[in-house]
Design a protein around this ligand. Structure first.
Ligand code: HEC
Length: 129
């Protein structure tokens, strides 16, 4: 999960004078971060692409830019949002009869892969502000 965990800047430069507590705190943070990132699944774009082709492209297209108004555009969306949404469809926290069925068949790894794949497609939604 590149770029998902931001350690405080202070952790990057151990300062000899402050070498006590802060270092310990940073080491502790680092341990947590490593723990989280190894349990969080690293996204695999190629697998995401393959799954998108097999399942999602029929509605969302391979580039994540659906031309059918009922099917949302996914291209360039934040990967965290896409992954959370897919988990919510799967758990039933977000209800949609169509997506519930597709999300149900996805593993947590599929979700990370698909979220990363669609997030990596060039965005087409314009900002008005
Ligand atoms: C049969 C058409 C269809 C297929 C196939 C399909 N989707 Fe969807 N998708 C939809 C519709 C319709 C919605 C809007 C549902 C709603 O209103 O919550 C949606 C919504 C979504 C959203 C939420 C977008 C947002 O902006 O909140 C995501 C993410 C998503 N789909 C991903 C996928 C992925 C990944 C796959 C493949 C595993 C997939 N979809 C397959 C029709 C489809």
């Amino acid at each position: 999960m590149r770029d998902h965990l931001h350690l405080g800047k202070g952790c990057a430069k151990p300062n000899a004078k402050k070498f006590g507590r802060k270092t310990v705190a940073c080491a502790w943070l680092f341990t947590i971060a490593v723990g989280v990132s190894s349990s969080a699944l690293a996204a695999d774009l190629e697998s995401g692409k393959k799954k998108a082709q097999e399942v999602c492209a029929a509605c969302h297209n391979m580039n994540g830019v659906s031309t059918i108004p009922d099917y949302p555009k996914l291209a360039g969306q934040h990967p965290d949002y896409l992954a959370k949404t897919l988990r919510d469809y799967k758990s039933g926290a977000r209800k949609n009869a169509i997506m519930a069925g597709f999300a149900a068949a996805l593993t947590p790894q599929d979700i990370e892969n698909l979220a990363a794949y669609y997030a990596a497609q060039p965005a087409v939604l314009a900002s008005k502000y």
